[in-house]
Write a protein that binds this ligand. Sequence first.
Ligand code: ADP
Length: 265
Amino acid sequence: MSCSCHSCCPEHASVPVVELKDVNFAYQNGTPVIENANLQIMPGESGCIVGPNGGGKSTLLKILLGLLPIDSGSVRIFGKTPEEARRRVGYMPQYHQLDAAFPVSVMEVVLMGRVSKRTLFGFRRQDKEFARSVLDELGIADLEKRSFAGLSGGQRQRVLIARALAGEPDLLLLDEPTANIDPGAGEQFYLILEKLRKRMTVVTVSHDLGFVHRETDLIICVNKQVVIHKPADFTAETANEIYHHNMSLIKHDHSCFCHCEGGSL
Ligand code: ADP
């Protein structure tokens, strides 16, 4: 019988959650967007992707999701191709990629994240119960019947996380989760993520460097090349300087290709 653990058995604990080897990618115009990228995220680790606008952060997330075919190299998620691993991955896209005015209820939005578990006859009672339990965990059970369009930014972010969690992922990918929410809601959001990180790998793209410093095991700097920093390289002082200036202030004592001078975080 095959093992069904989420990487807690010794065999699976040694399989990287994410593994990129020498990955190259260009959109159709042929300009390289990701070059020779190598990345490994092991079970128990979480990562935060940072870099200038246009550096390739969202592209990298889409590569992890198998939405963009790479030109060369290899991508493995839980030791499989992104397509094979898709059921184990939850994704929250950037806020502006969603039509917030689309007339759907909160429950309908959350159930969209459970489509892979739907039967020929639609969602089962247990799917709705699971969706409710996720809303409850995120502290928004009372919003179930509300229209998504009528929610505040912070509430919508939580609903979108609920949608990503509804598929019961082992890897959660979040693109700019704190964009468009006020600082109070951001604080609650961090607490939710801290909880989630205890049971799954969370990889976020973030402009919020306070978030980077607090929440992550790996800082994944993306600007065509991918360079990994441990938080120990990334002091509060460094984070402050980066926050006010630019990413070139990351303490690079090796050949880092970030070159984010002038890039806005
Ligand atoms: P980031 O998320 O770091 O802001 P992106 O991954 O969105 O960066 O974009 C990286 C580069 O790829 C940018 O130069 C952007 O203009 C380009 N790009 C993004 N999406 C597309 C696309 N669908 N077609 C062509 N170029 C794209």
